[in-house]
Write a protein that binds this ligand. Structure first.
Ligand code: NDP
Length: 324
């Protein structure tokens, strides 16, 4: 079926997720107010899926933006699909609901659509999102992720969140949850880095076989934040094949980069705090990549992960030691 601006995927719990989401993470060179203003622009141009997280420090502003677009009649609450994320300091079962309630309080909403475990790498439980030791090293913790998942299920049962899922999990970590005794709700999605240079074909196949949606982040090549991302890595939007295809179709590289994932059944997140690009990135429903172009784009994969978070490599649940 042809993709349209209001296309969605049906999640394994029956809820619907719009296929294109607006990303709200930005490095500190942007203000939190810009996140809110950009979220308003995004809703005005047609985005109905908004991806955020307590870790981004902007849920107050993004929540305010959503509520203002509801108040002015642009959208209704049920038109918006909001994703929040449980940060690494809140994975102890008794802290999961605390994390979600903080998100709801900041947003001033009474439920969110999706709550996902931000990463499998737990930190020391407590209010400090980055607990460090005397040497400045993050203090890791290692709760059985299945215990965290049970607490996530309880949040869904309490009506605070419609759907629950995970992020940055490898297939074995997903399997651990899928195979847990007494599983009540499967994760609806795994939100992971995904773009032409890391096309995630194996994880995608795994997810499809388990009715889990793969949601892709850094689709445009990420914000390339210094200290987190290798500044010498190749740029998605400068890739020669992407640019050739874009030129041929009279499209922009960003639109081709998004469309490549959408046509593979991946839900795409795209971040921009520039009005013109916010709009451009939503104009991806009136053209199609041919099978031949898709094949060419498959060919540029390099298994290149921008966000490999080497600093947390020693974590017992570091997800990227596995191939996928
Ligand atoms: P993206 O791949 O979406 O790229 C964002 C960068 O691309 C920004 O620098 C932006 O600049 C620029 N850009 C956007 N549109 C265009 C365009 N049309 N032409 C040229 N440049 C453009 O980055 P993210 O890594 O932020 O991923 C998107 C979202 O995914 C995040 O915002 C967040 O919501 C989520 N995410 C989740 C993670 C997780 O662990 N679960 C990890 C990382 C991201 P500008 O804003 O100035 O326009």
């Amino acid at each position: 079926m042809a993709l349209k601006p209001d296309s969605y995927v049906v999640l394994n719990d029956g809820h619907k997720m719009p296929v294109l989401g607006f990303g709200t993470y930005a490095p500190d060179t942007y203000t939190k107010e810009q996140a809110g203003e950009s979220a308003k622009v995004a809703i005005e141009v047609g985005y109905r899926h908004i991806d955020c997280a307590s870790m981004y420090g902007n849920e107050v502003e993004v929540g305010q933006a959503i509520r203002s677009k509801i108040a002015d009649g642009t959208v209704k609450r049920e038109d918006i699909f909001y994703t929040g994320k449980l940060w690494n300091n809140n994975q102890a079962p008794e802290r999961v609901r605390i994390g979600l309630e903080k998100t709801l309080k900041d947003l001033q909403l009474d439920y969110i659509d999706l709550f996902i475990i931000h990463t499998p790498m737990e930190f020391k439980p407590g209010d400090d999102p980055m607990p460090v030791d005397e040497n400045g090293k993050v203090i890791f913790h290692n709760t059985d992720i299945r215990e965290t998942w049970k607490a996530m299920e309880a949040c869904k049962d309490a009506g605070l969140v419609r759907s629950i899922g995970v992020s940055n999990f490898n297939h074995k970590q997903l399997e651990l949850i899928l195979n847990m005794p007494g599983l009540k709700y499967k994760p609806v999605c795994d939100q992971v880095e995904c773009h032409i240079y890391l096309n995630q074909s194996k994880l995608l196949e795994f997810c499809k076989s388990r009715d889990i949606v793969l949601v892709g982040y850094s689709v445009l090549g990420s914000s390339r934040v210094e200290g987190w991302i290798d500044q010498n890595s190749p740029k998605v939007l400068e890739d020669p094949v992407v640019n050739e295809v874009a030129k041929k179709l009279n499209r922009t590289p960003a639109q081709v980069a998004e469309r490549y994932l959408l046509q593979r059944g991946i839900v795409v997140l795209a971040k921009s705090f520039t009005a013109k690009r916010i709009k451009e990135n939503f104009q991806v429903f009136d053209f199609e990549l041919s099978a031949e172009d898709m094949k060419r784009l498959d060919g540029v994969n390099k298994n290149l992960r921008y966000l490999s978070i080497e600093a947390w490599k020693e974590h017992p649940k570091y997800p990227y030691h596995e191939e996928y």
